[in-house]
Design a protein around this ligand. Structure first.
Ligand code: FES
Length: 205
């Protein structure tokens, strides 16, 4: 007959075994899910630049993966981050960080002619990668001069005005952000044409 100490040791062993099994199951699930993420990122086309007729999906937040509709965006910002997605293969083109996009809805009356031509209902889209040295652009702040909110890269404080083709309005960035012309299909935002301009920082800068 087992004494108290033996029963306690047996119970600890049982709990340890259950813990190991649960850990193994969790690790397996984790590996399976990271495997599917890797598979998605390795899918053909996942690192191609946005293509005409791609839809745009949220890249982060509660709605990550959902198609972006102009009607869902709040006028005046802040911008949403997005990936292009091939509607035929359902591949999200997140295999390259250079494919991330900023989407923001603005007062259409404030857009310059070039910007308006690329917009849908005041919604405009640009590369989310700063062209100075390639940091992600994460800020939507009041401009250093003037009273408008603008995109801001906090690495070296460059600011870009999305109403004026994302021209540089402050800081060291050498050129404007590449614009992504938009269209609308069945209420969803789609890509009308490739990026206008080279995405990311260019060698030698
Ligand atoms: S990388 Fe954005 S300002 Fe330098």
């Amino acid at each position: 007959m087992r004494n108290e100490a033996e029963r306690a040791a047996a119970s600890d062993l049982g709990q340890t075994r259950r813990g190991l099994i649960l850990t193994a199951l969790a690790t397996g699930a984790c590996l399976a899910s990271s495997g599917s993420a890797i598979a998605q990122e390795d899918s053909p086309g996942s690192n191609e630049r946005p293509q005409k007729a791609d839809v745009l999906v949220y890249s982060d937040g509660d709605r990550a993966g959902e198609v972006i509709k102009p009607a869902d965006l709040k006028a005046g910002g802040p911008p949403s981050r997005a990936w292009p997605k091939d509607p035929k293969t359902s591949v999200v083109r997140k295999g390259s960080r250079l494919n991330e996009i900023l989407v923001v809805k603005l007062d259409a009356a404030l857009l310059d002619e070039e910007t308006r031509a690329r917009s849908v209902d005041g919604v405009v889209a640009y590369s989310a990668i700063c062209v100075h040295t390639g940091c992600p652009i994460t800020g939507w702040v009041r401009a250093a001069s003037g009273d408008r909110d603008v995109f801001k890269c906090f690495c070296h404080n460059s600011e870009y005005d999305p109403r004026q083709s994302a021209q540089v309005v402050f800081g060291p960035a050498p050129r404007r952000l590449p614009a992504l012309p938009l269209a609308e299909q069945d209420g969803a935002l789609t890509v009308a044409a490739a990026f206008v301009g080279k995405v990311g920082a260019q060698p030698g800068r």
